[in-house]
Design a binder for this molecule. Structure first.
Ligand code: G6P
Length: 745
C-alpha cells in the first residue's frame, strides 16, 4: 500500500497541474474558433443582405429599413444591426444596438487580426463591420452585432467537462499504474528473492532472470561466491599447518585483515649490560607460542616494555621492527611506572589472579590499590590498540590473565573489532574464583571478547559454570556460548602448541655431539644418565616435588647414585614477589639437601642452573638428556613438554609428565605421574632410565606426530578460522536484515 501511495500521489499531482494549465488554453482556443465562425457567418449575412439593404436605402424608407432589421434579428444569436451612412456619426440601427458603437469609431473592429469583441455589462458582443458595394452605396457600412453570452456558457460547460474528464482519466491512470506497479514490484521482489535463495546463482533458475534484474543478479552472485568461498567450512585436519597455511587463512578467510596481539610480556627484551645492549628472548610459554604466529601474520604486537634498554631501541612512536635480523612485524612498547608495574603486574596479576587460578596452595592476595593499577593499565593498552588499529574491525588477540578487563575496553573503543582472548593458565571452579572481590568486573571484561579460548575443555566448563553462578547471562551449553549485555561470546578449547619444526632446531648439532658437549660442560662422564627440567622458578611448576622424587629414586634404586644427574634450568622470575623469592630459596635448599643426602656420589644428583637460558641452549640440553621431567602442580598446557618432544629428532628420550599439566591430555605416551606422589615419580624416573630404545622410539614417534600436526599454527589458525566464520555470520545476518527491510517495503 505504501508503495502504491508512493506512485499515486505524484501521479495525481502531475495530472492536477496538467488539468489546471490546460483549461485556460482550451478556453482561449475555443473562443478563437467561435470568433472565426462568427466572422464567417457575419460575412455571409453581409453578402446576403447587401442588395436588399442598398435597395431600401435608395428608396429612403426608414420604416421599411427598421422592419428589415427586425427580421434579421429573429436569428437568436444576432443582437443588433446598424448601418452607417457617410457623414452621420450615429448609425441607423435596431433597438438593442449598443450605444457605444459609433460610426466614426468602428475602425478597431475592421482590423483583420482583432477578435472584434465589445465588452458590455450584458456580456461580450461580437462586432463585424462590412462596407457595402462601393459602386451602389459609396461609404456605407453594415455593422452586425452578435450575442456571445452563449460562448461563456459553452466555455463553462467545457470547463466542467474537462474537470470530470481529468477526474476520470486520473482514476483510470491511477488504477492502471497501481496494478502495474504492484505486479512488477511483486515480480521484482520474487526475482530478487529467487536470486537471494540462490536460484540461477548456485542452482539453475526456475525461469530466466528478467533483464532488469540481471545487474543485481550479477552483484549478488559475486557476493554469494565471495561469502561461499570464505564460508567454505575449513576442516582444519585437512590443512598442513605451517606459516604459509596461516598466512593464506589470513589472506583468504579474513581478507588480509590486520592482526594485533596484546600481551604483557614482550617477545624481545633489550637489556643494558656492561658489554652494551643485549637482546633477550624471555622464558614464557606465551611468547614461545605467539612469536612464530606473528612472524607468519605480520601485524603489531603491543606489550609492556620491561627491558632496561627498551626505551633506547624504539622509534618516536615506541615501535621497533622485530625479529631484529629479519623484521616481520612491529613491536609497540607500552611504558609503565614502577608503581603501575608493582600494582598491575606483580600485585593483581601475579599475587592475585595467578594463585587464584592455579591450585598450588599459595593464597591469592587482593589489594584494591593493585586492582586500580590493573584497571588503569588495561585502559592504557586499550588506547594503544585503538591507536595502532588501521581499520575499524581489526582482529585483536588478547593474551592472558594480565588483561581480563581489556576485551570490554577494546569493544567500547572499536565496536566492530573481533576480539579473541586466550587465557593461558587454568580457570578455577566457581567457588575458587568467587573469592576474588572484583569477580563480576573481571567476567564482564572478558565477555567483551568475541571468542574466549582455554587450553582444555575442563577449563571451558569451569568458566561457563562461573558465569552461570555469578552473572545474569545466558549460558548455552550446546553451543558453548555466553550471551551477556546483548553480545555473544564463544567459549572454546584451543590447546596451545609450539612451532614445528622449532626455530632452535636449525642450529642444533647432532644428538651425540650435544650429549658429549653438555656432559663435558657439567663435568659428567660420557655415559652418565641425565635428566632435564626447564622452568621459570615458579611454585606452580613443582620443582621441589621433582627434586624430592629424584632423591626418592636414589633411595629406591641406589644403582643410580653417582650414575644419574638431574639438571634443572630455572629462570629467575617475578622477583618482586615474596612468594617467588621464598620459592627460589627453597628450591636451592632442597637441591642442596638432596645432594647432601648422597655425599658418596661421584657426581651430584641435582645440578641447579638458576639463570636465564636462550632457546638454542635449552634445546641442546633437551637433546643431551635421557629424560625430561615436567612435574607441574597445575599448568594450563606446559610447552616445555612439547619442546622436549620437538627437540628429539632422534626419536629417543622419555618424557615424564604431570597429570596436572594440560599437555598430559595430548601426550598420553609420556609417563604420566602425580607430582605429589614421590614414590610414583621415582618409579617413573627409573622406568624412563631403563626403557628399551624401541619403546622410547615408539612413544616418541607418536608424540612427535601429534606435536608436529597440532602445532602452534593450527592453534592460531583454528581461532582465526572461527573468527572468520563469526565475521561472516555477522555479515550474513546484516544481509538478512537488509532483505527483510526490502521485503517489508
Ligand atoms: C605464563 C603466563 C604468561 C607469562 C609467562 C612468563 O606462561 O601464562 O603470560 O608470560 O608465564 O611469566 P612472566 O611473568 O615472566 O611474563
Amino acid at each position: 500500500m505504501r508503495l502504491s501511495l508512493r506512485f499515486l500521489i505524484p501521479l495525481l499531482l502531475a495530472l492536477g497541474v496538467f488539468a489546471y494549465a490546460t483549461v485556460p488554453l482550451v478556453d482561449r482556443l475555443m473562443l478563437r474558433w467561435f470568433v472565426r465562425d462568427l466572422d464567417i457567418r457575419a460575412t455571409l449575412i453581409a453578402n446576403a443582405v447587401q442588395d436588399p439593404l442598398v435597395g431600401l436605402v435608395e428608396q429612403g424608407s426608414p420604416a421599411r429599413l427598421t422592419r428589415y432589421f427586425s427580421r434579421l434579428l429573429q436569428d437568436e444569436r444576432m443582437h443588433g444591426v446598424g448601418l452607417c451612412l457617410p457623414g452621420l456619426p450615429q448609425p441607423l440601427s435596431s433597438p438593442d444596438f449598443p450605444d457605444a458603437l459609433r460610426c466614426d469609431q468602428l475602425d478597431a473592429f475592421a482590423e483583420a487580426n482583432s477578435l472584434h469583441l465589445l465588452r458590455t455589462p450584458l456580456g461580450p458582443l461580437h462586432v463585424t463591420v462590412k462596407p457595402l458595394d462601393e459602386a451602389r452605396a459609396p461609404g456605407m457600412r453594415l455593422v452586425l452585432v452578435h450575442d456571445m453570452s452563449w460562448i461563456g456558457r459553452r466555455s463553462e460547460e467545457t470547463r466542467q467537462y474537462l474537470f470530470w474528464f481529468f477526474v476520470a482519466l486520473s482514476t483510470i491512470v491511477a488504477l492502471i499504474t497501481v496494478v502495474i506497479a504492484q505486479l512488477s514490484w511483486r515480480g521484482w521482489v520474487q526475482g530478487l528473492r529467487a536470486i537471494l535463495r540462490g536460484e540461477g546463482l548456485v542452482r539453475p533458475a526456475s525461469g530466466a532472470t528478467p533483464p532488469e534484474l540481471r545487474p543485481l543478479a550479477r552483484d549478488v552472485r559475486e557476493l554469494v561466491r565471495q561469502l561461499e568461498r570464505q564460508h567454505h567450512p575449513r576442516d582444519d585436519s585437512q590443512i598442513t599447518w605451517s606459516p604459509e597455511a596461516l598466512r593464506s587463512i589470513l589472506e583468504g578467510e579474513l581478507n588480509g585483515h590486520e592482526v594485533i596481539v596484546v600481551s604483557n610480556r614482550e617477545p624481545y627484551i633489550h637489556v643494558k649490560t656492561p658489554e652494551g645492549v643485549r637482546m633477550q628472548r624471555p622464558a614464557s610459554g606465551l611468547v614461545t607460542a605467539l612469536e612464530p604466529v606473528m612472524r607468519a601474520c605480520s601485524g603489531t604486537w603491543i606489550a609492556h616494555g620491561s627491558g632496561s634498554a627498551d626505551r633506547t631501541t624504539v622509534d618516536a612512536h615506541d615501535r621497533i621492527a622485530v625479529p631484529p635480523d629479519a623484521p616481520a612485524y612491529s613491536l609497540r612498547r607500552i611504558w609503565l611506572t614502577p608503581e603501575e608495574e608493582a600494582g598491575y603486574y606483580s600485585g593483581f596479576a601475579n599475587e592475585g589472579l595467578w594463585p587464584l587460578c592455579h591450585i598450588a596452595h599459595v593464597r591469592p592476595t587482593f589489594r584494591s590499590t593493585d586492582f586500580e593499577h590493573y584497571r588503569t593499565v588495561n585502559a592504557r593498552f586499550a588506547d594503544a590498540v585503538k591507536a595502532e588499529a588501521k581499520s575499524a574491525d581489526p582482529i585483536v588477540l588478547v593474551q592472558d590473565y594480565h588483561f581480563a578487563l581489556l576485551p570490554r575496553m577494546i569493544r567500547d573503543r572499536l565496536p566492530r573489532a573481533t576480539v579473541i582472548t586466550f587465557w593461558h593458565i587454568p580457570w578455577p571452579n566457581p567457588e575458587a574464583f568467587a573469592i576474588c572481590p572484583w569477580r563480576n568486573e573481571l567476567l564482564d571484561g572478558m565477555l567483551g571478547s568475541s571468542i574466549l579460548g582455554f587450553h582444555t575443555q575442563f577449563h571451558c566448563n569451569n568458566f561457563l559454570d562461573t558465569v552461570d553462578r555469578l552473572l545474569e547471562a545466558r549460558v548455552d551449553r550446546e553451543t558453548f556460548t555466553v550471551t551477556f549485555r546483548g553480545q555473544r561470546t564463544a567459549v572454546h578449547r584451543y590447546p596451545i602448541s609450539i612451532e614445528w619444526p622449532p626455530q632452535a632446531m636449525r642450529v642444533q648439532s647432532p644428538v651425540a655431539e650435544a650429549r658429549r658437549a653438555v656432559r663435558a660442560r657439567l663435568g659428567l662422564p660420557e655415559r652418565h644418565a641425565l635428566g632435564v627440567g626447564v622452568e621459570r622458578l615458579d611454585y606452580t611448576k613443582g620443582i621441589l616435588e621433582r627434586f624430592r622424587a629424584v632423591g626418592r629414586l636414589l633411595e629406591l634404586e641406589p644403582q643410580w647414585v653417582g650414575k644419574f644427574t638431574f639438571v634443572q634450568i630455572a629462570a629467575p622470575t617475578r622477583g618482586m614477589i615474596g612468594d617467588y623469592r621464598d620459592y627460589a630459596a627453597r628450591v636451592k635448599a632442597v637441591a642442596d639437601e638432596v645432594n647432601a643426602r648422597f655425599p658418596a656420589a661421584a657426581h651430584p644428583p641435582i645440578v641447579l642452573l638458576a639463570e636465564h637460558h636462550e632457546p638454542d641452549a635449552i634445546y641442546e640440553y633437551f637433546r643431551a638428556a635421557d629424560l625430561c621431567f615436567v612435574s607441574s602442580l597445575h599448568d594450563g598446557m606446559n610447552l616445555v613438554a612439547k619442546e622436549f618432544v620437538a627437540s628429539r629428532d632422534d626419536d629417543r628420550g622419555v618424557l615424564v609428565l604431570s597429570q596436572f599439566a594440560g599437555a598430559s591430555r595430548e601426550l598420553p605416551e609420556a609417563l604420566i605421574v602425580n607430582p605429589y606422589d614421590a614414590d610414583q615419580c621415582a618409579a617413573a624416573l627409573h622406568l624412563a632410565l631403563t626403557m628399551p630404545p624401541e619403546e622410547q622410539r615408539a612413544r616418541m614417534r607418536l608424540m612427535r606426530g601429534l606435536v608436529s600436526e597440532f602445532n602452534v599454527y593450527r592453534w592460531a589458525g583454528r581461532m582465526l578460522i572461527d573468527a572468520a566464520a563469526m565475521r561472516q555470520r555477522s555479515r550474513l545476518s546484516r544481509f538478512a536484515r537488509d532483505r527483510e527491510r526490502l521485503e517489508s517495503a
